[in-house]
Design a protein around this ligand. Structure first.
Ligand code: SF4
Length: 642
């Protein structure tokens, strides 16, 4: 029986276990990726572990997420990151070079290698034939330290593409179509492996738009083969010698097959506030638009920027629309300028920002109150733009550009423009000098720290949980943004947990932090897919810091579950999902976690309502042991001391 591409890739980095679906496996990273938001925590963990040099083939750090320098905090953190990466042997991409995922595809991604990155959209690298997994800052640190990453051997879904995209329907619509079909939970425990004749019509940038936003299905990752298009991409970025061909065996066996005929797709749009609320653009057409954000790691390759310039053609955008573009990388900017695209976009009245994440995570381009914002980003969770009352729709660049011109949501086909065609340059401008290599004499590097940089608070071993008040009860699909808000106000204090804790659950209930502090902690109750979205471990550290001891939910998002283990906050799931209704906020629960072991049910007594509820933990025994130790950092420190 032949192997899928996913099995071949996992096989190359397998450090523990066997590739049997559903079983726990350990994989070791060839490459790691970090950025300024999660990276601060990663490097604080590495310092706490006493590591002096990273232990992977290649580690790259990107300063790309939060560039606002309204005071000292971000620039202090950036300086710390530049120092510590130089010391530990990590290549550093300085502010303004571009967004991590696109930069990694351009300059560092190698087919066949495994990339583990401290950011959920690390999975974008599947577009170049890498096995790429997003983790939190702690796991990012552990992988830099050469430790295996443990995950469940996923099911492998063959997404078979046929046909060719019609005019004005670009790659974003393929992943929106997949989200429409499978939902934001449809990829949990799975890898989406793309095959079929349709893949030959997509270049690496288009493929990575798809693999990037595959994250929004909850999938472990997504992957494309490495073929002649991959080779052409790597040649254009001056590194053809790193290319290797890779594909599944012809008799590979998949767990599931999804067929998408590209020629049948039309422009799609995700309605507020979830990426899977997808309908054809024509069904949402006519809604007045206040703001348009072009950009993000999902959608600002050179092809996207040229397509936007073509659509706008220098015509002025609608007077009621505020539009801004975040190009993906410095190379994209330079190539776009060379082709006159920047001029067309600027003369249309679009603001052009530096090549960073910026407005995508609420750090620079928030819409007005109750504003309708059309975005080419991968996520539209409530408040993520930086405006709590936002109404964010997700679209492809062509729909965004068409709507910028008309002032209402517009199907780009309705403007009757000449279709855009893209020929990827034979060679891109050589921009590799924008990366800062590690220091030749690391012992001479003095690490500079600003006052905002606080040590990781102690996370004492978890006493057996005996009870507590339900401090907050939330519904399905609660995101890390709900638990610990994103945005320009909060990201600068990401490494200051006591300060950040004051804003926990602010989007849901702004009394949470005070009540938790007064009660000395308690419990959280959630619905399905608790903790979906980003890899932000502060969404665990903050409730943990406030004394929360356990989260009881219908189910947990994969990345968040890993972060709960890393930082020692106990996840429990309802044995019967309907028991969610038997608990209200403010109820007093008693339980005994002393007897909790892998697969074991325990009883939670709701003393307020006088009912008993069966729960268990979704964790294996090793992870339960980590929780009892107060998290994996405590275990690693104890191991190092011995
Ligand atoms: Fe940056 Fe947005 Fe991409 Fe996250 S999703 S890496 S914030 S551009």
């Amino acid at each position: 029986m032949g192997l899928t591409l996913t099995e071949k890739l996992i096989g190359q980095s397998l450090a523990d276990g066997q590739m049997i679906r559903g079983q726990r496996i350990g994989i070791r990273a060839h490459q790691t990726l970090s950025h300024d938001v999660n990276g601060v925590m990663s490097y604080l963990v590495l310092e706490a572990m006493g590591l002096t040099r990273v232990k992977v083939e290649l580690a790259v750090h990107y300063i790309d997420h939060n560039m606002i320098q309204a005071d000292y905090k971000n620039s202090d953190d950036h300086r710390f990151l530049q120092d510590i990466t130089a010391k530990l042997g990590v290549i550093c991409s300085r502010p303004g070079s571009g967004i991590c995922h696109q930069l990694h595809l351009e300059h560092w991604g190698v087919p066949g290698k495994t990339l583990i990155g401290a950011d959920s959209h690390t999975v974008a690298a599947g577009g170049i034939g890498m096995f790429s997994v997003g983790v939190g800052g702690f796991d990012g640190a552990m992988t830099m330290a050469g430790e295996p990453l443990y995950l469940t051997m996923p099911k492998i879904v063959n997404v078979r593409l046929t046909g060719k995209l019609p005019p004005f329907v670009s790659a974003k619509n393929i992943i929106l179509e997949l989200l429409r079909r499978v939902s934001i939970q449809g990829g949990v425990g799975k890898v989406f492996e793309y095959t079929g004749p349709g893949i030959a019509t997509l270049n690496v940038a288009e493929r990575s738009t798809i693999t990037n936003m595959g994250q929004e299905t909850g999938a472990t990752t997504s992957v494309f083969p490495s073929d002649e298009n991959t080779r052409r991409w790597m040649r254009a970025y001056h590194r053809e010698e790193q290319w290797v061909p890779l594909q599944a065996d012809s008799d590979a066996v998949y767990d599931e097959v999804i067929e998408i005929d590209l020629s049948q797709l039309e422009p799609l749009i995700a309605l507020p506030h979830q990426p899977d609320r997808v309908v054809p653009v024509r069904e949402a057409a006519g809604v007045k638009v206040d703001q348009i954000m072009l950009g993000s790691c999902t959608n600002t390759s050179l092809q996207d920027v040229l397509s936007i310039a073509h659509m706008l053609g220098g015509k002025p955008i609608h007077r009621d629309v505020d539009a801004g573009l975040y190009p993906a990388t410095r190379t994209v900017v330079r190539e776009s300028i060379a082709r006159g695209a920047h001029d067309k976009i600027l003369s249309a009245g679009v603001r052009i920002f530096e090549p960073v994440c910026g407005g995508c995570n609420g750090c620079g381009f928030a819409p007005q109150s109750n504003g309708v914002s059309l975005r080419t980003t991968p996520r539209n969770f409530v408040g993520r733009s930086g405006t709590a009352s936002d109404r964010v729709y997700l679209v492809a660049p062509e729909t965004a550009a068409a709507s910028a011109l008309t002032g209402v949501i517009t199907d780009p086909r309705d403007l009757k423009l000449t279709p855009f065609t893209y020929e990827m340059p034979e060679v891109f401008v050589d921009d590799r000098d924008m990366f800062q290599p590690p220091a030749a004499e690391p012992e001479n590097i003095v690490i500079r720290r600003g006052p905002n940089l606080r040590p990781i608070p102690p996370m004492p071993a978890l006493p057996d949980v005996t009870g507590g008040e339900v401090l907050v009860k939330v519904g399905d699909d609660i995101t890390t943004d709900h638990i610990c808000p994103a945005g320009a106000l909060y990201l600068p204090i990401r490494s200051n947990i006591p300060e950040l804790a004051k804003h926990a659950f602010k989007v849901v209930d702004d009394t949470f932090a005070d009540r938790a502090a007064k009660a000395g902690g308690g419990l959280i109750v959630g619905g399905s897919n608790y903790g979906q979205g980003s890899s932000r471990e502060q969404a665990v550290m903050v409730p943990r810091y406030l004394g929360v001891k356990a989260v009881i939910a219908r189910s947990f998002a994969r990345l968040h579950l890993a972060n709960l283990v890393n930082w020692g906050l106990l996840p429990l799931t309802f044995v019967n999902g309907d028991d969610f209704d038997k608990i209200s906020q403010g109820d007093w629960l008693t339980l005994d976690t002393e007897v909790l072991t892998e697969g074991q049910q325990i009883i939670v007594r709701n003393e307020t309502k006088a009912v008993a509820i069966a729960v268990s933990s979704p964790l294996c025994q090793a992870d339960l042991d980590s929780i009892k130790a107060g998290g994996r950092l405590n275990q690693v420190k104890a191991k190092n001391q011995n």
